[in-house]
Design a protein around this ligand. Structure first.
Ligand SMILES: CC(C)(COP(=O)(O)OP(=O)(O)OC[C@H]1O[C@@H](n2cnc3c(N)ncnc32)[C@H](O)[C@@H]1OP(=O)(O)O)[C@@H](O)C(=O)NCCC(=O)NCCS
Length: 293
């Protein structure tokens, strides 16, 4: 993270601190809002306060790596790496709209990728707004490979249940069974995220024929779900009382599940691209990614 002087200004990177939450939250809100408005899409964050709450959580969580960019001593951007599970999740990355396109984003991305290398993590993933050509180009030139298109979907609660698929709130002793399902689907678990969600009371499990065959950390933009088949995910989506944030993330090439969501009244808000570096296994079952993968 050495300083450099591209022009007459100085851009430097440093670890994030809790005291950065307000500045990073404002930038996050404005950066996503500006890009979305340019493309006539709804903003990802409804207010600077919601973005600041997210930054506060990320900057205080011991298992999130953070990096902040300063331009002449003023915070102008930030990036995060979710290190709660073996495969890391990257983002949100945001740069102040006043100083975008000056390679600050590239440096924030490189810092997170250097961290992946330093920690010897097997892989890293992210979701990218498909309408945003700049981030698509930036991530591709940094080595990210596109894996699949993901529809962010929102709507009224579906209110559907599936016979012989029983849902209940997840408790700590379910974590191992949840990790087994995730390993079946992705080839690795996401145990850190599962434990956080159980503690927060947002996780649920699906039981079928006497065992756990699926779970969701929540039905939300910042949450993931896996199931041995689509039926577990239909049960989870069907029982949700709301879809948090901009919406749930449904892989489009899982045409049966995507169609089921459309048939049950959910609408596409935007399409995103799942991109990865390093370890990536073709999913063996059904899943909904989190926006941090
Ligand atoms: C995405 C974001 C972090 C990038 O930061 P940035 O500082 O503006 O980007 P950089 O200047 O570092 O890099 C942009 C790169 O894309 C290239 N680029 C820009 N538009 C392009 C286009 N339409 N096609 C191809 N390449 C393009 C630039 O030339 C540059 O590449 P270079 O470093 O090889 O010259 C920033 O735009 C942002 O905050 N956006 C809003 C929030 C957001 O979308 N976050 C990402 C969520 S997935």
């Amino acid at each position: 993270m050495a300083d450099e002087q591209p022009t007459r200004t100085t851009i430097s990177l440093r670890p994030g601190r809790l005291a950065d939450a307000k500045a990073c939250g404002r930038i996050c809100f404005e950066a996503f809002g500006a890009i979305a408005a340019q493309h006539n899409f709804p903003p990802d964050f409804p207010s600077a306060d919601v973005a600041t709450d997210l930054m506060t959580m990320l900057l205080s969580h011991p298992r999130f790596f953070s990096v902040v960019a300063e331009l002449d001593g003023t915070v102008v951007g930030s990036n995060f790496l979710d290190e709660r599970s073996p495969v890391a999740g990257l983002g949100p990355i945001t740069v102040d709209p006043k100083v975008q396109n000056l390679r600050i984003g590239r440096r924030l991305m490189q810092a997170a990728l250097d961290r992946v290398t330093e920690r010897g993590l097997p892989g890293v993933r992210l979701l990218q707004a498909a309408y945003h050509g700049r981030s698509l180009a930036l991530y591709t030139t940094l080595g990210f490979q596109p894996r699949e298109a993901i529809a962010c979907m929102q709507g009224r609660p579906v209110g559907a249940s599936l016979a012989s698929y029983r849902l209940r709130r997840a408790v700590e002793k379910d974590a191992e069974a949840c990790n087994r399902v995730c390993t079946f689907v992705h080839g690795h678990h996401r145990g850190g995220e599962v434990l956080d969600a159980i503690k927060q009371g947002t996780a649920s499990v699906v039981e079928h024929e006497g065992r756990i065959t699926g779970y969701a950390t929540d039905l939300a933009f910042f949450a993931h779900a896996v199931g041995e088949t689509n039926r577990e995910l239909m049960a989870l989506i069907g029982a949700a009382s709301a879809f948090g944030g901009p919406g749930i993330l449904v892989p489009v090439r899982n045409a049966a599940l995507f169609q089921w969501c459309l048939d049950h009244g959910l609408r596409v808000i935007q399409v995103m691209t799942l991109m990865t570096v390093g370890l990536y296994n073709e999913p063996a079952g059904a899943y909904l990614p989190s926006v941090l993968y």
